[in-house]
Design a protein around this ligand. Structure first.
Ligand code: MG
Ligand code: MG
Length: 262
């Protein structure tokens, strides 16, 4: 995945990347409006592809490492890299939707775990804590810290709630390539790893399991799911370091607006 030296971005490049990130944000907002019991993940995938192309982007995952679709859609025990299919969503499901866009030569890549209908309170808590751990990681993304400080912030928050932190899959640098250096693990030690500098742009993406951290992969060669088949959540933002501080290029606001309008 993420290989080579970190490619720091100029302010101009970060502004172009913000547009890519926001097209992903708007696509996820569209998903929020359509996710409900009875809808299939393949229907969501088609909507997303059309929306991205209509808005001047290209689906970032489609064909990347030969992935077959626009969205990675991972319900319930699936963690990431689920392939859209024609199974209707059911009341009480959770659904992680990860979306990538390539526009003006730069990628956007972020994700949200949605609730389908009425979700069990214990699962709602998992979503809440996973999202909080993302923001703890973002808060640590500043000059003076190292990548390990981000990892530590995510891990310690999730584990304080007794959840399992997925270790095999990680966040990453983002730019003209979807997966650049550095790797941003969701577990780690304070003060370890590369120093955080201005111009760093990373996708931070905790993947947190309600049960144990252990994972499996399905025979489709893509889908990653929990070994104990308990639910897993995934939230991701694109974050740039500007003037020493983290700036979130993506936003969940389109999602919140769509959910409020439902
Ligand atoms: Mg992603
Ligand atoms: Mg990513």
């Amino acid at each position: 995945m993420a290989k080579g030296a970190i490619i720091y971005k100029t302010r101009e490049e970060i502004e172009i990347m913000r547009e890519s990130a926001l097209l992903v944000s708007k696509t996820l907002g569209l998903m929020a409006a359509h996710i409900q019991p009875g809808v299939t993940t393949l229907q969501l995938d088609k909507l997303a592809e059309e929306f991205i192309r209509d808005n001047g982007g290209v689906p970032g995952f489609l064909g990347l490492y030969d992935f077959p679709n626009t969205l990675c859609i991972s319900p319930n025990a699936q963690i990431v890299h689920g392939i859209p299919n024609d199974t209707p969503l059911e009341n009480g499901d959770i659904l992680s939707v990860d979306c990538g866009v390539l526009m003006n030569g730069f990628y956007g890549d972020h994700a949200y775990t949605f609730e389908v209908g009425e979700v069990d309170p214990a699962i709602k808590k998992l979503l809440e804590v996973t999202k909080e751990s993302l923001y703890k990681g973002i808060e640590a993304t500043r000059v003076g810290n190292r990548i390990g400080d981000i990892s530590f912030a995510i891990q310690s928050h999730a584990e304080a709630h007794g959840y399992g932190v997925v270790k095999e899959l990680v966040g990453h640098g983002l730019g003209r390539v979807m997966h650049e250096s550095p790797e941003v693990a969701n577990y780690g030690r304070r003060g370890k790893g590369k120093k955080i500098q201005n111009g760093l742009v990373i996708a931070i993406e905790p993947m947190i399991n309600m049960g144990t951290a252990a994972i499996e992969q399905l025979a489709d060669g893509w889908t990653i799911l929990t070994r104990d088949r308990m639910p897993s959540a995934h939230f991701e933002h694109d974050v740039a370091v500007i003037d020493g501080k983290p700036e979130i290029l993506s936003t969940f606001d389109y999602i919140y607006e769509a959910l409020a309008a439902k």
